[in-house]
Every structure is written in C-alpha cells, then in structure tokens.
Write a new protein. Structure first.
Length: 187
C-alpha cells in the first residue's frame, strides 16, 4: 500500500550496497547500535579502520567518541583500529574533523563506509559528501537506534513523526547556505 508521504520515507530512509572501503566513519551519538554495526563490518573485512566522531554533550559524561570506542573494544575491535575524533558537536563538525584526522594519519579515504542512524542517513551522507573531496565514494550502512524508528513505522507514532520531520527540516537548514554559495546565487 502506498501512502502520501512515501516520498519522505524514500528520501530519509535508504541504504546503499556495501563495498570494501578505506575506513568506516560514524557521526557521533551515544547509540551502541552504531559501533555494533561498524564492528560487524570491520570483522567482515570491509574496512581496516573505524573512526567514530563526537565530543562531549554533557559535562559529566564521556565523549561520544569514548562511548563508541568502548563499545568497539568490547566487540573485539583492536584499539589500534579505532581512530580518535572527540571534539565534534554536530554533523558538519563530525565530517570536517574526521577528514582532518584522516589527513593527519595520511589515510587517503577514497571509499568510505558511513554508519549512521537510519533517519539521519540523508543528512549525514549529504554533509560528508559536501566536506570530503568530490571523488570520495560513500556507502551507507544505516542502523535502527534505540528509538526503534524504521521506514515502516516512523509515521505511526507522534514522537517518531517528530523525530523524522525534525531531521528532514535540519537537512534543509543545513544546506540552504551551502547551496547559495555553490550556486553563486545573485539577488
């Protein structure tokens, strides 16, 4: 059965084929499912390095990076396979700071696996594509996080609708200025 808002579902919730890559990137969040998926891909041999990204959201808690690193270590990802980016506070900073870490480590990431929350996949992909060199290939491996939101249930509960629609709005707000800049809009 089709619904009037299937276009939102199709835009927001998607994945891609996964291929061997140079690195697995995770835009930060305190969601163990992110590192669980990244560790699974790592153990399958799809990438030799995982780079979680995320700073401190509350003063008393460890950074998002520390949280994700600890999950990875518990899943037998060796510490030397986990790079560090623990300053980012939003998705643009996740992308920018991750690129800097890769450049400092002299890792030429031409192929990237992006592990992110499923309803964050579109904004995450667009952000990383905007920040990384244009010849970078991205493969998206979305996960269902602790909210339980999926492409099949997001519209069935007010709280889930709000999360997805807020994410859709953020996608537009994130890129409005960038589109003006890239398009060299003249008033």
């Amino acid at each position: 059965m089709t619904y009037p808002f299937d276009c939102i579902r199709d835009f927001m919730f998607f994945d891609t084929a996964l291929h061997p890559s140079d690195v697995i990137l995770i835009p930060g969040a305190r969601q163990p499912q992110l590192m669980q998926r990244a560790a699974e891909l790592y153990h399958q041999g799809l990438a030799p390095i995982i780079l979680p990204s995320g700073g401190q959201s509350k003063n008393s808690e460890p950074t998002e990076w520390e949280f994700l690193r600890d999950v990875g270590l518990a899943l037998d990802v060796p510490s030397e396979a986990i790079l560090k980016e623990d300053q980012a506070t939003n998705t643009f900073e996740n992308a920018r700071n991750s690129l800097k870490v890769l450049q400092q480590a002299e890792i030429d990431a031409k192929k990237v696996l992006l592990v992110c929350k499923n309803y964050h996949a579109r904004r995450a992909l667009l952000t990383y594509q905007f920040v990384f060199p244009p010849d970078t290939e991205f493969y998206v491996a979305p996960v269902v996080d602790k909210t339980g939101i999926t492409k099949d249930n997001w519209f069935q509960h007010e709280g889930r609708i709000n999360v997805v629609m807020n994410e859709l709005e953020k996608t537009g707000k994130y890129f409005r200025k960038a589109i003006y800049q890239v398009g060299a809009v003249r008033k």
